[in-house]
Structures are given as C-alpha cells and as structure tokens.
Design a protein around this ligand. Structure first.
Ligand code: MEV
Length: 434
C-alpha cells in the first residue's frame, strides 16, 4: 500500500507505532523489540536527539588501551560494529607505545561558512572586501559572537569569491574559529543572520545596485574544513618492526608496508579501501565522542581527492638511516563541547576517559586511531592477510546468528582455535546445515 502518512511527526510514540503497524502490518515482535531497547530511566533524553525516535540502536562501546599520543597514555573509546577494529587499533597502539608512540600536529582549527549570492556585476569589485561590509556584518551578528569571542573564538576574516566558470554567482566566505566546539550551529546561525544585512548592503549601495538587485541563494557552513587539519606520525628503526612482522624479515616487512601504501597513493580503487581502514579507527572515536562522523567522512574523502584524483590519506617512508615512518593527514572538524558531546552520557564518558581533551587534542587522538588502524590493516595484508584474525573475531557473531548455546559456543571456540573459521564450517560444527 503506497499510502502517505500525514502528520506522522506530530503523533505520540505509541500512536506512531500503531499507525506503522496498521499501514505495514508489522508483526507483534516489532513492538517488543522496540520496547526492549528503550532505556529504562533516560529514554526521554534519547527521544529528543532526533525526530520520530521509536527506540535505540545499540552498538558496542569498546576501548583500545595503550595509546601513547604526544607522550601521554590514553585509553581510547571506540564505538564500532566491525569485530576486528578495536583489536587492530589495540595491536598497533601496543606496538607503537613501545616505539615512541604517536606524535600529532594540529595545523589549524579554522572553519569556513559560505553565503552564496547572485549579482550581475564584474568580479573585480571584490578584489578587496567592499568598504564597510565586513564591519557591518560583524556588528549584525555581535549578539551571536560575543560568547564565542569570550572563549577565544569568533569571526576571523571574510572575503568575496566568484564561482569558478559562472558569471554572476559569488560567495561571501566567512572564516570562523570555534575553539573547542565543532561549531556547525554557531556558524550556520551567524551566516543566516548575515543574509538580510548583506542583501541590504548590496541593494542600497549605488555602486552595486547599478548592476541590478542582489539575490541570496543560500547560507551554510562548508564541511570541507581544509583549515582544520591534523597529522599523526609514527616512526621506529626498521629492526624494531620484527615483533609485528609475522616472521617476515623486518626490512622486507617495512618495504612491503611502503609498497602497499604507495599503491594506495597511486590507485584509487585500492585507496578507497586503504582509507576505509583509516576511517575504521577515526569514525569509532568520532562516534564515541558524540561528533559528526558524516562531516568528518565527507571532508576526509574530499581531502583525499585534493590532488585531482582520490588517493591514500597516509604515506610511508623508509629513510636512509633505516627508519620506518608512517603518517596520516586529514581534516578533522571535532568538538569537545557543544552538540551531543556532553549531552550523550556515553559521549561525555568517552571524553572523561580521554581526560577531557581540548578539540585539538581530540583531533590528534582521532588521527592517531586512524593511523593505528591503517598500520594494523596494512601490516596484516602484507603478511597473514586479514581474514584469519577477522574471522576469529567474527566467530561469536556467527555463533550468535545460529543461536548457539553457551556450551556450543565454548566447544566451537576450542574447535576453531587452530582452524579456519567460515560460515559453513561453523554451521557444520553445530550440525545446523540442512
Ligand atoms: C577492513 O575493515 C579494512 C581493510 O580492508 C583496510 C585495508 O584494506 O587497508 C582491512
């Protein structure tokens, strides 16, 4: 039935479920499952995070210990459903903790917003900001920026930029410092507040008006946060790699790690998977700390394509004095105040676990987690392959999906200790195959 449900968001939760059940003939267990995953005491808080909340969606909250980052030891919280991610992170963290740890550099923390407008005049008008415009706009948003300025942030600069290849379309780019907040709401509020005064400025100023009226198209932050960049690096003497090289000679292992990374720098199909391995670590931290993983992903992938084609976000180097080096650099617009960061009890807990870091510190931690996962993944790929470890960790998922009892699980764990895990193999072992 393709019937439209009108006014759904206005209904109470019970009414929503009733309407859905009627329209789609939901089975009885639908309601039971929704009920099971509701929080017994704090559900109202979760209901308010988003519209039409019916229940909660659980994901594992795990930790990767032994992360030595800028000489400080962290236990890194990770929220991720893929069985091997926390293990991969922990493995790399332990190795690098013995070898100097992760070093991080935060290049900048600026973010930008754009007000797009149509104006039919020449772009030469904007080689400098029109006199008085910036002051007037700053004044118009002063009630919004005062607080941020007290925290050391605010509007840093503005410029008008023509849209490449199209006459008569421009953006006012506003550069913001949002200190420890990701700042999306702050930036968007400022931009929207600027629309009216910007329009008035152009439409009442004879120099601009002679080319006709200006029209605002839209105002929104840019998630391409190229001025909010973090780098994480690791390095060690090649010989130190022996403990993690799965029997391979350390020098051969280092060369293979470099070859694999160089391939991801040159080949987009490989680069996407290689970067997925980096985001395994980054997203898990970003989600655990209540940050916006869609924004981080969008910026990261655009950054990966900044040279004109999509390539690896990490690089590997072997120096003449036999040092192995690896680094990752990417935009990471993260916050440690605002948004859900303090409101979501588990995000607040994650930040506490990390010692309540500043936004730049959190950027460094996320970048280190990305590099850790990347190092671990590529180390497995060039030695044993990933499936052995991955399937071992996935064994419990297979057992659960086959409703194995605790006795069966224990027996299976023993049986598959030194055997290859596969869905069919587990089915056979449990005698579940038809
Ligand atoms: C799996 O989640 C991630 C990897 O595919 C990353 C990679 O190939 O580098 C192992």
């Amino acid at each position: 039935m393709n019937q439209i449900i009108k006014g759904f968001s206005k209904l109470t939760r019970d009414e929503k479920i009733e309407v859905l059940s009627k329209h789609f003939h939901f089975p009885k267990h639908f309601c039971e499952i929704l009920e099971t995953y509701r929080h017994p005491t704090r559900q109202e808080l979760f209901d308010d995070f988003a519209e039409n909340t019916l229940s909660n969606f659980y994901l594992p909250f795990g930790v990767a210990p032994n992360f030595l980052i800028d000489n400080k030891m962290y236990v890194v919280p990770m929220v991720v459903e893929e069985s091997s991610v926390v293990a991969a992170s922990s493995r790399a963290a332990s190795f690098w903790a013995d070898n100097g740890g992760f070093k991080t550099t935060i290049h900048n923390t600026l973010k930008k917003g754009q007000i797009w407008f149509k104006w039919n005049g020449p772009k030469s008008f904007f080689s400098d900001m029109p006199t008085g415009l910036e002051e007037m706009l700053r004044e118009a948003v002063a009630p919004l920026t005062t607080n941020m300025e007290m925290r050391g942030g605010g509007i840093r600069s503005m410029e008008v930029i023509p849209l490449k290849g199209q006459y008569g379309i421009f953006q006012l780019q506003v550069n913001f410092e949002t200190v420890d907040s990701m700042g999306a709401n702050f930036i968007n509020s400022c931009l929207e507040e600027m629309k009216e005064p910007l329009l008035k400025f152009f439409n009442t100023n004879q120099d601009f008006k002679q080319y006709g009226n200006t029209q605002i198209i839209m105002a929104i932050l840019s998630n391409f946060t190229t001025e909010c960049l973090a780098t994480s690096t690791v390095e060690c003497p090649i010989d130190a790699l022996e403990v993690i090289s799965a029997g391979m000679k350390p020098v051969e292992f280092a060369q293979k790690l470099k070859q694999a990374t160089d391939i991801a720098l040159a080949d987009t199909s490989r680069a996407v998977t290689h970067n997925k391995g980096i985001f395994n670590g980054i997203d898990a931290v970003v989600i655990a700390t209540g940050n916006d993983f869609r924004a981080v992903e969008a910026a990261g992938h655009a950054w990966a394509a900044k040279d004109g084609f999509y390539r690896s976000l990490s690089r590997c180097e072997i120096t003449e004095n036999s040092t192995f080096k690896m680094e990752v650099t990417l935009p990471l617009a993260l916050g440690t105040v605002g948004g859900l960061t303090r409101l979501h009890p588990m995000a607040a807990l994650s930040l506490e676990l990390l010692g309540n870091p500043s936004a730049p510190q959190l950027m460094g931690i996320a970048a280190a987690a990305g590099l850790a996962n990347n190092f671990s993944a590529v180390a497995s790929l060039v030695t044993t392959g990933i499936q052995k470890g991955h399937m071992k960790l996935h064994l419990s998922n297979l057992l659960n999906s086959l409703n194995a009892t605790s006795e069966e699980k224990e027996a299976a764990m023993g049986y598959f200790k030194n055997r290859t895990v596969s869905a069919l193999g587990v089915k056979k072992f449990l005698r579940r195959e038809e």
